[in-house]
Design a protein around this ligand. Structure first.
Ligand SMILES: [Zn+2]
Length: 184
């Protein structure tokens, strides 16, 4: 009996819609379980379960609603579940959802109870990023939104990391709030 390795693509679902950071959530008419916030290049910035949105959230933009939970894990759809759950990005984030990508396109989302159960039953084997022999697996990334604020302005910068850097890089500062280190 052969045992094939289960990969992210086996679990990822498509019960999400995408929204731009500036999209007002009130204008998102959908019954999808998840909202994936993407930038103008369609790169994922984060995911939030629709059920968690407060009544207030409908007056917010997608980025404002995402901000309190500013980290999401993005991983290649072909990554084995064990490698994903053992990855540094996953362990330091403990995300509600993992966004599955193929090349640079979002192709699915794995979250909710199915992910939570897998995490509960997962036994970490090595506790570090690993690459199965002979397979090209991209190391999962943490995508974070900068937490820097200046007055009542909040930074909308985002960066991807494999792990938490010892020294924070400079924020891309798309809102021109002034030079600052990335707010983890
Ligand atoms: Zn920033």
């Amino acid at each position: 009996m052969t045992h094939s390795v289960e990969v992210l693509g086996d679990r990822a679902e498509t019960n999400y819609i995408t929204a731009l950071p500036t999209t007002l959530l009130a204008s998102v008419a959908s019954t999808a379980d998840w909202i994936v916030v993407v930038d103008h290049d369609n790169a994922p910035l984060g995911a939030m379960p629709r059920a968690c949105l407060t009544p207030d959230a409908t007056s917010q933009t997608a980025l404002e609603a995402l901000r309190p939970a500013p980290a999401t894990v993005v991983a290649d759809i072909s990554i084995p579940l064990d490698a994903l759950l053992d990855s540094t990005a996953f362990r330091i984030t403990a995300p509600d959802a993992v966004i599955a990508v193929k090349d640079t396109s979002i192709v699915g989302l794995w979250g909710g109870e199915d992910l939570a159960e897998e995490v509960m039953h997962h036994t970490s084997r090595i506790g570090q990023d690993w690459l199965p022999t002979g397979e090209k697996i991209h190391i999962p990334q943490v995508v974070r939104i900068c937490q820097y604020t200046a007055g009542d302005l909040t930074c909308t910068g985002s960066l991807s990391f494999h792990e938490r850097p010892t020294y924070m890089p400079q924020c891309p500062d798309p809102g021109h709030l002034g030079n600052h280190d990335f707010g983890w």
